[in-house]
Design a binder for this molecule. Structure first.
Ligand code: MEV
Length: 323
């Protein structure tokens, strides 16, 4: 029986988180943390899903085609949502088995969006949808919204297109950024939290203080414009300043934590040209700009204040293999 396996990378937000939910741009790169989905067409009228956690418990999750997408189960929500969206585009119903796999890590480096994209790409091949990259983005992004309600879609774009991207809300713009060098080190602050909670927190802050928060978003948008040029030109002094400025504004949005701040100050003290949190905040990861000569002390500072996450950056987007 033919199987279709796709693997998709995770992401690292470089600049522009939160503001990108409100129409401003961001810069994102991929990380070599791959999640895979294998789709096998079956002669049933159901979709059967397994994940590493379900397999560890000897369980499978089966949804009748007629019920698919109606009530998403928390553990398999993203896979169910993309299967439902993809099957809506198919000319005929398809029974399917979908097995997802990937490292079971606590870092918030985009595993939900990567699993959605991997499943989307494998389904695209398995049921012959022949979607373009752009159509695949639109499909996977709608599934992510079905499963999590909110999000700019930058993580979906990263998993599909790969490399380093300039991204605008909902994929209004998705452009490759020519960034041959990505001298960043990632630190994990040890406490992953729900992205949704912090996106909601920023929304409430904006409701209470609309003028000020909109100005902060505008300023972050301006930082992202300059950061793209600095990244393309390898102007590391400038890029470091922009990271620190972006961090100050994220702090103003209330998404910093003492553990993240400790990592940020420790890496700056160890010689990082700039450092900021990456993603929704409230814990999770930060990123430091570390040129070769400062890399060892910066890595040491990250290990002391948290966990060093060593992954290749700017890796290619989703790939499908057929067996
Ligand atoms: C979360 O990693 C980044 C946010 O900007 C949310 C989003 O863009 O979907 C906070």
């Amino acid at each position: 029986m033919t199987t279709y396996t796709a693997s998709a990378p995770g992401k690292l937000m470089l600049f522009g988180e939160h503001a990108v939910v409100y129409g401003r741009p961001c810069l994102v790169t991929t990380v070599g943390l791959y999640v895979s989905a294998t789709v096998t067409p079956t002669q049933t009228s159901a979709v059967t899903i397994t994940t590493p956690a379900l397999r560890a418990r000897g369980e499978v999750h089966t949804v009748a085609l007629a019920d698919l997408g109606r009530q998403l189960q928390p553990e398999t929500a993203f896979v169910e949502a993309i299967a439902a969206r993809a099957l809506q585009l198919a000319e005929q119903p398809h029974g399917l088995r979908i097995d997802t796999d990937g490292p079971q890590l606590s870092y918030g480096l985009g595993s939900s969006s990567a699993v959605t994209v991997a499943t989307a790409a494998a389904l695209n091949a398995a049921i012959g949808l022949a979607l373009s990259q752009r159509a695949l983005f639109d499909l996977a992004y709608s599934a992510v919204l079905d499963a999590q309600g909110k999000g700019s879609g930058f993580d979906v774009a990263a998993a599909i297109y790969g490399g380093t991207l300039w991204f605008e809300t909902g994929g209004t713009a998705i452009e490759p950024v020519d960034a041959p060098e990505l001298p960043f080190r990632i630190g994990y602050s040890g406490a992953k939290v729900s992205t949704r909670r912090f996106v909601d927190g920023v929304e409430q802050l904006r409701e209470r203080n609309p003028l000020i928060v909109e100005r902060i978003f505008d300023t972050i948008g301006g930082i992202v414009v300059q950061a793209r040029t600095a990244l393309e030109q390898g102007d590391w002094g400038k890029l470091g300043d922009l990271m620190d400025l972006n961090q100050g504004l994220l702090d103003a949005l209330g998404v910093n934590t003492p553990a993240l701040a400790q990592l940020i100050f420790a890496t700056r003290n160890a010689g990082a040209l700039g450092a900021k949190l990456s993603g929704a905040g409230g814990g999770d990861c930060m990123v430091a700009l570390a040129l070769d000569e400062q890399r060892t002390p910066i890595d040491g500072a990250i290990r002391q204040a948290g966990t060093l996450v060593e992954l290749p950056l700017g890796v290619p987007g989703v790939r499908v293999t057929v067996r």
